[in-house]
Design a protein around this ligand. Sequence first.
Ligand code: PMP
Ligand code: GLU
Length: 394
Amino acid sequence: MKFAERMAKVSPSATLKLTSKAKEMKAKGFPVISFGAGEPDFDTPQPVKDEAVKCLAAGFTKYTPTSGIPELREAVCRKFKEDQGLDYTPEQVVISCGAKHSLYNLIQVLCGPGDEILIPTPYWVSYPEMAYLAGAKPVFIPTHQSEGFRLKPEALKKAITPHSKVLILNSPSNPTGAILEEKELREIGQIALEHNLICISDEIYEYYLYGGRKHVSIASLSPELKKNTFVVNGTSKSYSMTGLRIGYLAGDAETVKKIGILQDHSTSNPTSISQKMAVAALALPKSYRADVLKKFETRMKRMIELLSAVKGFKPFTPEGAFYVFCDISATGIASEAFCDQLLEKIHVAVIPGKSFGSDKHVRFSFASSEKDIEEGIARIVDWAQCLKRGEDEL
Ligand code: PMP
Ligand code: GLU
């Protein structure tokens, strides 16, 4: 088959591929421990599930407005106001089938051939592919573990060309867990304004912040920054609703309208029932998130403690999100081979850093129980001992 040219540069999602391989092996009876999935292991909250039952009973199973039911768009506006003091009207909000879909649509609407999309590395796997799918060029801006994976203003300036159109920010970051502090965001924002760059701020991990840190959205820093920023978020990570596929974005009303048109001719509305479930999720008391955060912080600390003790591993202590990005270069194994070996020999799933733009790293998700964290890393310790003694072929 001869495929469309736009598919030529696009590769499968490593996160989804490895996660489903691990699930498949588990179903076949292998004792797999997965640190792969970027999805909270908690059940979807009961009030959210109850809403689905109500929807079915009421026959809320038909088309809805393409850009989302008014009730959900209003709930999203309230969320932005409460969390960041951001004022948006429902006309500035569009609901999509997951934050991934929001990002995809936005990039389709804004970028095309000749445009460059600035992406700090390490990056979430789908950003470069979304650029390719729009015919645009991803331009990578390196950040380093020794500098806390911070996006430096000088590095940003160096990457800007007359073709630069969009800058993607993801704080807290998947895969590093690094965050951007207000001062850094102000500097980055200033550069974005000077160079007429549109900011896409992917804030899907905003509620996962450790050490009492507070989330800052670049859009909240000035009216000018709000004008040139699109804030992307969703209910997948915050409310254990990954399979229900609700994402949203807020920003310039004209762009939002264009996304509505794109959805009109591609997906139509996100699932009616999921939208109502998202309304219920956004109405949950703050205590729900506080409880989840507490559990994640405990797991993060334990995972860092255990990984730091593995010879040759240099884990980066995350400030947010639920991943540990770990430098494994001292093992001398490239990240994909490392992950293949781990899964095949000791049935532990982790994601190769190569797909996030760093072959020196692998990503561990701590969206798994403490028991699994203890057991999975104990297996890695044993395996690392064998490697050291040369008992295992590389
Ligand atoms: N952004 C980032 C940084 C992510 O890690 C993910 C992965 N879930 C998404 C967006 C998309 O999430 P979803 O489509 O499930 O809302
Ligand atoms: N974003 C999650 C991850 O990084 C889920 C998988 C995906 O959509 O990429 O693992």
